[in-house]
Design a protein around this ligand. Sequence first.
Ligand SMILES: NC(=O)c1ccc[n+]([C@@H]2O[C@H](COP(=O)([O-])OP(=O)(O)OC[C@H]3O[C@@H](n4cnc5c(N)ncnc54)[C@H](O)[C@@H]3O)[C@@H](O)[C@H]2O)c1
Ligand SMILES: [Zn+2]
Length: 362
Amino acid sequence: MTEELHQSGVLLCSDISTDILPYIEGRDSKQIFVLTDENTAKLCAPILQSIPQLKEAHYVTIPAGDDFKNLESLAKIWSFLGRHKATRHSLLINLGGGVISDIGGFAACTYKRGLDFYNIPTTLLSIVDAAVGGKTGINFDGLKNQIGVIRQPQHVFIDPQFLSTLDEENRISGYAEMVKHALISSEKDWKEVTAFDIHDGDRETLKNLFWKSVAIKERVVAIDPNEKGMRKALNFGHTIGHAIESVSHEKEAPILHGMAVAVGMVAELYLSHKKCGFPQQILEQAVTFINAMYPAYAFGDADYEHLYDLMTQDKKNEGNRINFTLLGNIGDVQINTHCTKEEIFAAMDFYRNSVLSTSINH
Ligand SMILES: NC(=O)c1ccc[n+]([C@@H]2O[C@H](COP(=O)([O-])OP(=O)(O)OC[C@H]3O[C@@H](n4cnc5c(N)ncnc54)[C@H](O)[C@@H]3O)[C@@H](O)[C@H]2O)c1
Ligand SMILES: [Zn+2]
């Protein structure tokens, strides 16, 4: 049995092998391509290959990791489609994490000016975030997601069975986006997300929680698909989080996206408290919860200027100001909030102190 979200094309499968069939058999062209990375080729593709209707599909694989979400991999996908005579009626199925849905979505949108694509997310992060919402693209010239388009996939098939092979780090990373969705949504969602133990919580509860999380994202995207306004709610934690993520890559000790977003959320909760009146007591509870789950990220005063500089280059800024999405309370999102350099530095101080006090209390 599948469950569909508000007729958005996002489906929760109980078994993809049968649930996907109507969406393959009903198509005019039977020519199907499947994109994987080298991990999902081994761990996830066998499930699709066991479906008779997908046995004849053309499978194309790129190396795993965000470093390969680049022009070279994109060219490889385009060439593969060309070599196998893909037409505008062919279908591309993206089977993998956010790297695969981003680059595969972009390849599908651009090849012969666009063919249909389905996403089958296989990481928690891509289930609740990357595979839904229609943002596609690649990294270019050292900048993340610099080239891309927004176009919704025809369908997204979510099957929790893929998560069984995902490592702990990637599960926790994906959970950060669920924490974010709860914070921008409601007290009720927040309570549920904080009551769950991602380390050894049961699968059924996780499934219910991530399905709610997908619904939150989908609701926000439906109001503002092109990020002119309310979609910016999804950027909570990401202004400082992206800067931390970039610095970790520069220092050649990269941390996963969700880990950086966790740091960003703590710092931006502080800014929310200072600038928008986010309640002190919830601030303390949220910071304790996040710091207990995510590894502390070590950085010093010497990193502040560079982190700030990175924030000024964020593509979400308008004019010369750094654009934050902050919260007046859980579920009370305040977009386009501007903070001074001093306030941002104070937020970074707050994060570092909060990590220290968490480790003392442990
Ligand atoms: N388009 C969007 O709205 C959006 C939103 C958030 C993130 N993103 C992008 O998504 C990417 C991050 O997504 P991600 O964390 O899924 O990264 P990812 O696709 O690199 O996957 C993480 C790792 O898990 C492996 N993997 C995937 N499925 C697996 C499975 N079932 N079992 C075991 N291993 C598996 C992958 O091979 C990879 O090594 C970034 O490129 C980011 O920019 C896009
Ligand atoms: Zn994110």
